[in-house]
Design a protein around this ligand. Structure first.
Ligand SMILES: Nc1ncnc2c1ncn2[C@@H]1O[C@H](COP(=O)(O)OP(=O)(O)OP(=O)(O)O)[C@@H](O)[C@H]1O
Ligand SMILES: Cc1cn([C@H]2C[C@H](O)[C@@H](COP(=O)(O)O)O2)c(=O)[nH]c1=O
Length: 191
């Protein structure tokens, strides 16, 4: 069974940056730690773009198909640990924010291993959007409203799921990295 630590949070929360920096700090603990991200396959990412970002059923099924393929590949690598930049809770948060029943999203993803730890990088959508504004083109108000909904969904998920640690992602990067590193390190004692 794959041991997965997932990084979650709204666009611009720092998942990619923080997961990479933390990975660099822990990679000497074991040679078999893999850092990866979703969406994984170019083919499905392109189908998602072509389908557009509106229909939550299509998005849920495409992201789940990408996840199934990704997990199958990861199993062949026999890692001690997988650090995943986005995973199941991205589907639950983003697609339920579009109005889709959360229980159905969880059912679609129910055959996949749950992460044994999730780092939820939490911050205000206003700060997040300022961080991504330089490299993404989007309608500001539409994106802000969407990120507010997704953030609320993440915080509700964190209330009901175990092993989700919420980190204040508004703090300076080095402070966030050190906090995440210390949380993850405490889970790695058996590696
Ligand atoms: N704690 C922080 N303080 C200030 N800037 C940060 C912090 N964390 C990340 N950033 C910056 O914010 C921007 C977005 O970071 P990053 O791409 O890692 O976010 P993300 O959550 O992966 O976003 P997306 O989901 O859109 O890919 C980058 O320019 C990054 O350098
Ligand atoms: C895995 C996954 C992702 N998404 C959304 C979240 C983001 O807006 C985009 C791309 O993610 P990135 O971190 O900017 O590369 O995809 C989603 O809606 N559902 C999912 O399961």
């Amino acid at each position: 069974m794959l041991r997965i630590i997932s990084f979650e949070g709204i666009d611009g929360s720092g998942k990619t940056t923080v997961s990479k920096l933390v990975y660099e700090k822990i990679r000497n603990v074991s040679k078999r730690i893999i850092l990866t991200k979703e969406p994984y396959t170019e083919e499905i990412s392109s189908l998602i773009e072509k389908a557009g970002w509106k229909d939550p059923v299509t998005l849920t099924l495409l992201f789940a198909a990408d996840r199934a393929y990704h997990l199958q590949y990861l199993s062949t690598q026999n890692p001690d640990l997988v650090i995943m930049d986005r995973y199941i809770y991205s589907s639950v948060a983003y697609q339920s924010a579009l109005g889709l029943d959360e229980n159905w999203i969880e059912l679609v993803n129910s055959k996949f291993p749950k992460p044994f730890l999730t780092i939820l990088l939490d911050l205000s959508p206003e700060i997040a959007i300022r961080r991504i504004q330089k490299n993404d083109k989007f309608n500001f108000q539409e994106k802000l409203d969407s990120l507010k909904l997704v953030r609320e969904r993440y915080l509700e998920i964190a209330k009901k799921e175990k092993n989700i640690v919420i980190i204040n992602a508004e703090e300076p990067l080095d402070k966030v990295v050190n906090k995440v590193y210390s949380v993850i390190y405490s889970y790695l004692s058996d590696l």
